[in-house]
Design a protein around this ligand. Structure first.
Ligand code: NDP
Length: 439
């Protein structure tokens, strides 16, 4: 860690993610001296390569803008590089390296053959017209296409990148590469996409949390759930948790959260999705539309009493004070829908208080797992029905949970899901790297 901190000063998110993994795998690493002699740690913590490029584009008024684009190809020991693209003004190399590093272990946990990568841009899609977004996506792909391909690197969506952006990027890739292949996932249903992919991350998160609750003989029925965000991940989680009998009472945006004590169900979710599809702010309008709902400006949803918390917005959105509030209010289970939403200090609180806590790389792996299923369907040139994709997703989430229990169970019966996920994910990749020599 000290060497890494010296080499990459200021890359805080990346160093945070690496530290968490290294701390959890210390025991298995020491039990396997062959890892040290093959320099597995030194090799796994550095990306294979980073592509950084400028993305010039013209707005509707004719003004030229320049954003930065990146692709971080981290590790392909167990399969082609795979990981989402994030378009958000906060994007920088540290954030993409943390996400790419996490993706190695997450993809390994899915049991599918996928390596780890991440990419994106500091472009902000908010407030942009469709044609501006199209021009940006096309310019972004003009550089990225050289590095990706269905057998080398298969990007997907993330914050700020949904079906629309994937469509524009796919169109440009197809034109440049003169091929119609499964090079991106999250595609539209009528041009190679998979059923269930849009809701897969949220569904998978709830399936995982259900397994966590099952270890204590509990389930979602009658439970109160706090969610943050209301993007690709949160809406699927809201839908599935509601279907399983829970009441989802919060969603949030960067400016605050909504508390709806009546529950965010059925037609309310549809209303939110319509606002989201028309590129509008969703959190405040919701509180005007449904009179019992209240908007809390500048606050986070973790102060609301709940049984289960599923943070689905962004990294480090749940800190020590938030964790203490959740615990004091009787929260029994925290399942991370987003990547690294809890700070290390918050995780420590959950562990000390023996609250069930599972990290994003296990809980939200359903998204990339279903992307893997989309790749399989593309290779076979066929599509599976909804039920088949959903049941495969459900089984994968159960398998990931079992791996976490196997490697994370402590003598007192508490399951340390952070350790379990990191050890299980690491062992598979490290053994593949050993088999393949120093490359
Ligand atoms: P989206 O952009 O679709 O949604 C993010 C949501 O969080 C939006 O509602 C956004 O509000 C809100 N938000 C952003 N910043 C904050 C903040 N600081 N505080 C509160 N709310 C905030 O992204 P995704 O749903 O795709 O991704 C969310 C998380 O899940 C990320 O960590 C991502 O890496 C992870 N993830 C996503 C997967 C996927 O399949 N999409 C797969 C696995 C992980 P607003 O729109 O108003 O900015």
């Amino acid at each position: 860690m000290l060497e890494l901190e010296k080499k990459h000063p200021g890359e805080l998110e990346y160093l945070q993610a690496v530290r968490e993994v290294l701390e959890s795998i210390e025991e298995v690493y020491n039990e396997n001296p062959q890892f040290e002699s093959a320099g597995i740690i030194e090799r796994i913590v550095e990306p294979d390569r980073v592509l950084m490029f400028k993305v010039p584009w013209t707005d509707d008024g004719g003004k030229v803008h320049v954003n930065l684009g990146y692709r971080v190809q981290f590790n392909n020991a167990i399969g082609p590089y795979k990981g989402g693209l994030r378009f958000h003004p906060s994007v920088n190399l540290s954030i993409l390296k943390f996400l790419g590093f996490e993706q190695i272990f997450k993809n390994s946990l899915t049991t599918l053959p996928m390596g780890g990568a991440k990419g994106g841009s500091d472009f902000d899609p908010k407030g942009k017209s469709n044609t501006e977004i199209m021009r940006f996506c096309q310019s972004f792909m003009l550089e990225l296409w050289k590095l990706i391909g269905p057998e080398t690197d298969v990007p997907a969506g993330d914050i700020g990148v949904g079906g629309r952006e994937i469509g524009y990027m796919y169109g440009m890739y197809k034109k440049l590469a003169s091929e119609n292949t499964g090079v991106l996932t999250g595609k539209g249903l009528n041009w190679g996409g998979s059923l269930i992919r849009p809701e897969a991350t949220g569904f998978g998160a709830v399936y995982f949390a259900q397994e966590m609750l099952n270890t204590k003989g509990m389930d979602f029925n009658g439970k109160t759930v706090c969610l943050s965000g209301f993007g690709n991940v949160a809406w699927g989680a809201a839908l599935k948790a509601t279907e399983l009998g829970a009441k989802v009472v919060t969603i949030s945006g960067p400016d605050g959260y909504i508390h709806d004590p009546d529950g965010i169900t059925g037609e309310k979710i549809t209303y939110l999705l319509e606002l989201r599809a028309s590129n509008q702010d969703i959190v405040k309008p919701y509180s005007y539309e449904f009179p019992n709902a209240r908007f809390f400006q500048g606050k986070r949803p973790w102060e609301v009493k709940c049984d289960i918390a599923i943070p689905c917005a962004t990294q480090n959105e749940l800190d020590k004070a938030d964790a203490e509030k959740l615990v004091a209010n009787g929260c029994i289970c925290v399942a991370e829908g987003a990547n690294m939403p809890s700070t290390p200090e918050a995780i420590q609180v959950f562990h000390e208080k023996k609250v069930m806590f599972a990290p994003g790389k296990a809980v939200n792996a359903g998204g990339v797992a279903t992307s893997g299923l989309e790749m399989s369907q593309n290779s076979m040139k066929m599509g599976w029905p909804r039920e088949e994709v959903d049941s495969r997703l459900h089984q994968i989430m159960k398998d990931i949970h079992s791996q976490c229990v196997k490697h994370g169970s402590e003598p007192d019966g508490y399951i340390n899901y952070v350790k379990g996920a990191n050890v299980a994910g690491f062992l598979k990749v490290a053994n593949a790297m050993l088999d393949q020599g120093v490359v």
